[in-house]
Design a protein around this ligand. Sequence first.
Ligand code: NAI
Length: 390
Amino acid sequence: MIIKPKFRGFICTTSHPEGCKKNVENQINYVESNEKIKGIKNVLVLGASTGYGLASSIVSAVACDANVLAVSFEREGTEKRTASSGWYNIEALKSLLAEKKSQVLSINGDAFSLEIKEEAIEKIKEYMGKVDLVIYSLAAPKRTNPLTKETLSSCLKTIGEPFSNKTVNFHTGEISNITIPAATEEEIKGTVGVMGGEDWMLWIKALKEAKVLSEGVKTIAYSYIGPEVTYPIYREGTIGKAKEHLEKTAKEITEYLKNIKGQGIISVNKALVTQASSAIPIVPLYVAILYKLMIERGTHEGCIEQIYRLFNGVYGNKNLVKDSEERLKLDDYEMDEELQNEIVHIWEKINTDNINDLSYINLIREEFFKLFGFGVDEVDYNKDINPRIV
Ligand code: NAI
């Protein structure tokens, strides 16, 4: 099959196995060019196949030489249809690291279900004994509560009054005005149920009860705060309520794990192009301006650089900034005051005519394609390949 990108709305429905493999290889190479991080032997990564979770799996396996159990929910390929990019990423990671010290095991299924929790516990008992680190990096549109069987949906809406602002179609570079409707109570509850900390706590309880958490275990979930321009859609919107819940859960987890000296940690990460963030209105325009300013200043980081810095801070005793809520501030370069003032200034005057001068919108489009393995250097996109394997 010759694989080209195909779209439905803003979603890319095809992925390229060789492009995905090269992306994973590039991330491995980045980590290999940095110093090793000591202190972790076995890691469970929930949401391990793309974005921040994939980077967490790679840093664990390559920088820490840890065994990784990677849980994700991805689509396998068939003769006629490509797999999802996350499926190729995980298969690529396993094959690229096959000769290394660490072992990467994977589970493909719904992490919110009891069955996948049980399967993970069985695998940990068989191959790892106990885990020292649990990464919670799920980004999902739906969750069926395993206890009540109620299916909840998350949405990206504002809270209170509808909110209008600029947004960009990053495929065309066209800027328009968008009005985000206010969420109902039901929609807020649904988003908190899916993207909040409820299932994180269920995982930690299941793992502790099964006695597969090491003494001193850490568990890290990823959050976002961002600048005022995105507050109505992010931090003060439905997703922000979910993040507040996730952050509150971190403290509850620390309390729950007290007798084994465990800790729930929140890392506030930087805004980046991932499948999850591309779906949020307004944010891609902010990210296009952000990338330009951060690249020009030499402070830009991708998922792998962010997660390497996070792990090196937590385990390598390299200083990380913390806020008054004890959250780790991996967004410190993004939230630099001078940089943010410049974004506000650019935001006021950016339009369809000057977008290429004032932002890196073309780079955002390229980064989006790369998430699916397209536009990656050294890949021959005219080659006939089998979509079932990487
Ligand atoms: P992503 O879309 O790249 O990754 C989501 C992961 O969740 C994938 O591995 C997917 O397979 C997995 N997943 C989804 N539903 C699942 C299910 N039911 N069972 C098992 N696995 C499932 O997302 P991204 O952007 O890496 O987000 C991860 C976390 O980082 C989220 O909490 C997000 O809010 C947070 N974050 C993201 C930022 C960004 O700019 N992308 C910034 C700061 C935080």
